[in-house]
Design a protein around this ligand. Structure first.
Ligand code: UFG
Length: 323
């Protein structure tokens, strides 16, 4: 059985769906602070906050857990600058709790949600896994700390991990009708689509004088189902006895904020009003992945290589949301 922390959240629910489709038995652990009951893709659910070590121990006693996929975390770059304490607590301290109970229970395999924010301002693009890691925001720092902790735990206790450094997760699984639902929403694509559907008056563009072709920030948007398949492949590898490793998960293509708005207008057939405002602290101008390592070593093939297809699935979700 695979324990999925944060499995009621956006990426966690899609990953549970993918693993279940592939025949894995999953148990989801989530405190529902950000997640949604409606997003759950298994009946095995424990409402637990990772602060609560005793309850965590009960989960490990109740289920025959072979490996863990650890999504539960706070994940807003902007908020992490305003409230770092929350990020060090939820992302670092709570992960230490999880690792403690895993070791007590002799569970020594974990797939960890890391981030391209661990690299900071790129020295070169596309960013490969050897790029220096110098995060410029607290969120990225917390994820890098965990990667370092995992490295030490492997050396000392033989804990094997796969750290997956996501670029920008986007899109939705339209068959299961699950998708992105944050409160408040801060991510670009859902906000642009809310503006297209009339739920929001306009989209604020955080700066248009970056050193990029149209002056707005460039990101690598990766479909959430492609992220999920990479988790499954990384898990398969761990269960087959592979050593620890780390992989970038992105499409390798950069798309600017203005391009996202233009393509969304084309897909939705609606006008999206926008306004340029000041830059958001902690935003690197340009991030996109070199994903060759994941393709070569995990056999991962992202299926959604066109941003239009990714936005189309997010637009379907926006129009058919259940939560
Ligand atoms: N943006 C706007 N206006 C908005 C929202 C976003 O212009 O209202 C811009 C941002 O400045 C950024 C781009 O759109 O340039 C994407 O922003 P998101 O907030 O959607 O995503 P981020 O790139 O900030 O963060 C995401 C994840 C993080 C992850 C990071 C890695 O939320 O968890 O990607 O880059 F660490």
């Amino acid at each position: 059985m695979i324990l999925i922390t944060g499995g009621a959240g956006y990426i966690g629910s899609h990953c549970t769906l993918d693993l279940t489709r592939a025949g894995y038995n999953c148990v989801v652990l989530d405190d529902l602070s950000e997640g949604h009951l409606e997003a759950l893709q298994t009946d095995n659910f424990c409402r637990v906050n990772l602060e609560d070590v005793d309850k965590l121990r009960e989960v490990f006693r109740k289920y025959p857990i072979e490996a863990v996929i650890h999504f539960a975390a706070s994940c807003y770059v902007g908020e992490s600058a305003i409230n770092p304490q929350k990020y060090y607590q939820n992302n670092v301290v709570n992960t230490l709790n999880l690792l403690q109970v895993m070791l007590e229970s002799n569970v020594k395999k974990i797939v960890f949600s890391s981030t391209c924010a661990a690299y900071g301002n790129p020295k070169y693009t596309p960013i490969d896994e050897n790029h220096p890691k110098n995060p410029i925001n607290t969120y990225g720092k917390t994820k890098l700390m965990i990667e370092n902790i995992l490295e030490d735990y492997d050396r000392a206790y033989g804990l094997k991990y796969m750290a997956l450094r996501y670029f920008n997760a986007a899109g939705a699984d339209n068959k299961a009708n699950i998708g992105e639902s944050h409160n408040p929403e801060t991510h670009l694509i859902p906000l642009v689509l809310e503006a297209a559907s009339g739920k929001r008056e306009l989209i604020k563009i955080f700066g248009d004088d970056y050193h990029t072709p149209d002056g707005t920030c460039i990101r690598d948007y990766i479909h959430v189902n492609d992220l999920s398949s990479a988790h499954r492949l990384a898990l398969d590898k761990l269960l087959n006895g592979a050593g620890s490793n780390f992989y970038n998960l992105g499409t390798g293509k950069g798309v600017s904020v203005k391009e996202i708005i233009d393509i969304s207008e084309k897909i939705t057939g609606k006008t999206v009003k926008s306004e340029i405002i000041h830059k958001r602290p902690g935003d690197p101008p340009l991030l996109f992945a070199d994903n060759k390592k994941a393709q070569l070593e995990l056999g991962w093939r992202p299926e959604y290589n066109k941003i239009d297809d990714i936005i189309s699935t997010a637009w379907y979700w926006e129009q058919n949301r259940r939560y």
